[in-house]
Design a protein around this ligand. Structure first.
Ligand SMILES: [Zn+2]
Length: 221
């Protein structure tokens, strides 16, 4: 039997996917797609990808900025606009900010000779964005809470990766991140959420002056 971890509150999922509400239109879309009933508070995590696709097909995420609201018509493609929770989730401005930051990150990594990254932490949605934006240019291992992660897994990732990014302040369990907090010079800690913020932190960790031990933030304990 799988435990309570196998489901997520629907409102939490909507927020994770970048929606600021109201939830009724989202609920209705999911009900029409046969994924859930509006009466249910929670939904199986195994449905997350189908929920994401269903909502993306029907709603365009647009943040509250005037420019984005005004420019939304261009990206709707038959969809209805939905208010984005964060600017990074906005399909008008957020996507381009993230894309630009990841492009710069890839360039910095190529100059530094880094290709393999293990990212520990971050939401499934952030992982998806990162994979999509870095596709074919960086090798990524993404570690979330969804799988059991052991000391052995962490050691293998530390050997494999050029840099291990601990994405703190996200939903990763402390017992997972502490597997990487052994003062290893490969480990970089990022304290801010958001794909663009992660990219900027990786760029500063790739600077030639930042040899191991330099600008890299190791464990504080
Ligand atoms: Zn925007």
């Amino acid at each position: 039997m799988r435990g309570a971890d196998d489901s997520i509150a629907k409102e939490a999922l909507f927020r994770e996917l970048g929606y600021a509400g109201p939830w009724e239109p989202l609920e209705q879309a999911l009900a029409e797609a046969g994924l859930t009933s509006p009466r249910k508070q929670r939904i199986s995590r195994q449905k997350i990808e189908r929920v994401r696709e269903t909502l993306r097909a029907r709603f365009a995420l647009v943040c509250g900025r005037g420019d984005c609201q005004a420019g939304a018509a261009e990206i709707l493609a038959g969809r209805r606009p939905a208010l984005a929770l964060r600017q990074a989730d906005c399909e008008v401005c957020g996507g381009s900010v993230n894309r630009h930051a990841v492009d710069q990150m890839v360039a910095a990594c190529q100059r530094a000779g880094f290709r393999r990254f293990c990212v520990v932490g971050g939401s499934p949605e952030a992982h998806r964005q990162l994979e999509e934006l870095a596709a074919g240019r960086l090798e990524l291992r993404l570690v979330g809470n969804e799988r059991r992660h052991t000391h052995r897994d962490a050691e293998a990732n530390l050997r494999w990766a050029d840099r291990v990014i601990i994405w703190g302040s996200t939903q990763i369990a402390h017992k997972v991140t502490e597997l990487y907090a052994a003062g290893n010079p490969k480990v970089v800690t990022v304290h801010k959420r958001g794909v663009a913020e992660l990219a900027r932190a990786v760029i500063s960790a790739c600077k030639p002056g930042d040899a191991p031990g330099g600008g890299i933030s190791g464990p504080a304990t």
